[in-house]
Design a protein around this ligand. Structure first.
Ligand code: 3H9
Length: 681
């Protein structure tokens, strides 16, 4: 857990708890021991504390939270370090986060490598720094700088830390750090305790901070509690401030928001793991990527690789489509540069790696080819059989299809083991999610390479099996069906959307339909009107792009309720003989969100998703499910699976003939077990 070295008169303590030196109970116990022993050892004049491996410390061990009050002990440890009669220097490299930085704040001095980052990201886990961070940081660096770090959770660079007084000096790099820290420790006369300083706040600073960050804070509990704790640092003596911090910490830790956010933290990391694959699997080298189709998706997909320094050959059938595609990519890059997020040089560098061509055969030297043409199985089959004849042996062949069967596509090639799905979400250069679709015959190294490559270009990849719509879009289908049915039965599109946005989704089903295009998948015959959607499409109400969909839009795309849509809905009700009734918000939740959970359970049961938390990651990153509600599957367990089954059964009459309850959902509800436990049985 820890190693100690006595350098004549300086005791060096090295934290050794890979991979991130999390401050679990064993490590804390060991630290208490050496700090105490150092006090009575006459040879020790001062102490240096540093971390082994890549970083100083990633903070408290999040896995221990909620278990046996295990998080107890870290505040006491920080107090013990600060109380040391001998000066203690924290020597920081890599990152010092959360409890890791709080330990450093308990130390009397801090030295950091020039590339180190220091932060208190607890707020992103729905908690606050609970080991004195909210009381010591404002005392050390001032209230305004502390609020930025604590309430927004953004880490700072070592240079910024030096400016604010968070660190006392810098060391060039990791190899110079230990000796610089030891030399520094030798110059010190005695301890200097941060808790003995006082923190004062300029008038109105808290109100102003809250107002500036109102949108980020939203309905979240943790940022509010963080502000309250920092305020306490300016009003109360240290002891009382620490007690207040503890109180707020314990409350947040027991709350649903923190449970959800901690779930998301581990869910994201679990999603990277592919069940049944050896960890050391050899990946295929990807030096050049081919993209077929320079439309919105093809262009967006290409930009990801270009930005990561990977050359792209992009193929189109017509010169004007190719030119348009390249021009759009340039426009998007220029827009990013205008916001200061890229330099002109970086834009040129990225576009310099792009090879636009009409020659399909140019794909022959690509290690991965991604097809991004429109959704038509025959077209895709044709492309893949051509690819099969020209792609080099071992090249990976991917489709960006959102719905179609990867197995059917792979079957037209003589190398189905090299075929997989890489389902990017629109806009593909922005959205983080990629569903990596594992076909029946996809080779393990192809799947692993797809996952690793997606991470390399900054995406969050999640494995999905083959089914219509894969994980995310398949779950949208029952939601959309029920949203439309609810409108026919008496709700308005505005009612349904409001329930979703109040829940925390960025938009509701009808707002989403307007954004994506109401006409997607429409049969294009204005005379054939069989659904509400057909009626809208027949009147060119195709969504935001035509200025009208379920809502009316002004020139700035601001939506307003549409009397035309209200009339169309009314006509439909009359035609179907439906007498509208009042629909409650609870019914909207049951029929849109619970049906989605039901579909998620089927997806898990069919092993399309590896684990329930993968479904949550997909909804967080692909559809904006609020992180503080975990994801649909986590949220369902929080609401109670038995309650969900009851509500769905009560709505049975409205859910229609085709509706079936997932046997997994029913079983988990009856036995009181989690989705994953149920799926493993
Ligand atoms: C806190 O400190 C509370 C205190 O204020 C008060 C207490 C009273 N605990 O991310 P990676 C695991 S709250 C347990 O892939 P990287 C992680 O799950 C804490 N486990 O590595 C993964 O496991 P696996 C505040 C942790 O190099 C493995 O380590 N701190 C913790 O890309 C590798 O993780 C934070 O919020 C942890 N604290 O990034 C920082 N951290 O291999 C959270 C990581 O089984 N951590 N693991 O999947 C991070 O942001 C990143 O992990 C870090 C390294 C930047 C450190």
């Amino acid at each position: 857990m820890i190693e100690t070295h006595l350098h004549t008169d300086i005791l060096e303590i090295v934290l050794q708890n890979p991979p991130v030196n999390a401050l679990g109970s064993d490590l804390r116990g060991a630290l208490f021991g050496v700090i105490a022993a150092a006090q009575t050892n006459p040879d020790v004049k001062a102490i240096v504390l540093r971390g082994a491996g890549k970083l100083f410390s990633g903070g408290a061990d999040i896995k221990e939270f909620g278990k046996l009050q295990a998080e107890q002990g870290l505040p006491e440890l920080v107090d013990t370090i600060e109380a040391s009669a001998k000066p203690v220097v924290a020597a920081i490299h890599g990152t010092a986060l959360g409890g890791g930085l709080e330990i450093a704040l308990g130390c009397h001095y801090r030295i950091a490598t020039a590339d180190a980052r220091l932060g208190l990201p607890e707020v992103t886990l729905g908690i606050l720094p609970g080991a004195g961070g909210t009381q010591r940081l404002p005392r050390l660096i001032g209230v305004e700088a502390a609020l930025e770090m604590i309430v927004l959770g953004n880490p700072v660079s070592a240079t910024r830390a030096l400016e604010t007084g968070l660190v006392d000096r810098l060391s060039e790099n990791q190899s110079s750090l230990a000796s610089d820290a030891i030399d520094f420790a030798r110059t010190l006369n005695g301890p200097r305790r941060t808790s003995e300083l006082s923190a004062s706040a300029p008038a109105g600073v808290f109100e102003q901070f809250q107002a500036t960050n109102a949108r980020k804070i939203g309905k979240l509990d943790a940022p509010r509690a963080c502000i309250e704790a920092v305020k306490a640092a300016t009003e109360l003596p240290i002891k009382e401030g620490l007690a207040k911090e503890r109180d707020l910490f314990v409350k947040l830790l027991g709350g649903d928001q923190s449970k959800a956010l901690r779930h998301v933290f581990f869910a994201e990391r679990a999603a990277a793991k592919i069940d049944g694959l050896p960890k050391d699997i050899q990946l295929r080298p990807i030096g050049r990527v081919g993209v077929i189709g320079a439309g919105t998706m093809g262009g967006g997909i290409s930009m990801n690789f270009l930005s990561a320094g990977i050359p792209v050959t992009i193929v189109e059938m017509q010169q004007d489509a190719l030119d348009r595609g390249v021009a759009t990519m340039r426009k998007n890059y220029d827009a990013t540069a205008a916001k200061g997020r890229l330099t002109g040089e970086q834009v040129e560098q990225a576009l310099g790696l792009l090879d636009p061509t009409l020659d399909f055969d140019a794909l022959a030297d690509c290690d991965l080819v991604i097809e991004a043409v429109y959704e038509n199985m025959d077209v895709k089959k044709d492309i893949f059989s051509r690819l099969d004849t020209i792609a080099k042996p071992g090249a990976m062949l991917a489709s960006n299809t959102s719905y179609l069967s990867i197995d059917e596509i792979a079957a037209v090639t003589r190398r189905p083991q090299d075929v997989l799905g890489l389902h990017f979400f629109s806009p593909a250069n922005v959205m983080k999610l990629v569903e990596v679709v594992r076909g029946e015959k996809t080779a393990p190294d192809v799947l692993a390479t797809g996952m690793a490559l997606a991470r390399k270009i900054g995406k969050v990849p999640v494995v999905s099996g083959v089914c219509y719509g894969f994980i995310g879009n398949r779950m949208l289908i029952p939601r959309q069906e029920q949203a439309t049915a609810l409108v026919l039965e008496g709700a308005t599109p505005e009612d349904v959307d409001r329930v979703h946005t109040e829940f925390g989704m960025p938009m509701g089903p009808f707002q989403m339909a307007d954004l994506a295009g109401v006409d997607i998948g429409w049969h294009r015959d204005p005379e054939r009107i069989e659904s509400l959607r057909d009626a809208l499409c027949a009147q060119k109400r195709w969504g935001q792009k035509t200025g009208a969909g379920f809502y009316d839009y002004d020139e700035r795309r601001k939506p307003s309720s549409s009397p035309v849509v209200a009339e169309i809905i009314e006509d439909f009700r009359q035609k179907e003989g439906i007498v509208p009734r009042t629909i409650s918000d609870e019914e909207i939740i049951t029929r849109t969100l619970y049906t989605m959970v039901n579909e998620g359970a089927k997806i898990l049961d069919e092993a399309i998703a590896q684990r329930a938390s993968d479904i949550d990651v997909i909804w967080n990153y692909g559809y904006g499910w609020p992180r503080h509600k975990g994801g649909p599957m986590f949220w369902a367990e929080l609401v109670g699976l038995a309650h969900i089954v009851d509500a769905l059964e009560q709505s049975r009459a409205q859910l229609g003939e085709a509706f079936t309850l997932s046997p997994l959902l029913k079983r988990c509800a009856a036995e009181g077990i989690s989705f994953d436990e149920g799926a493993r049985q």
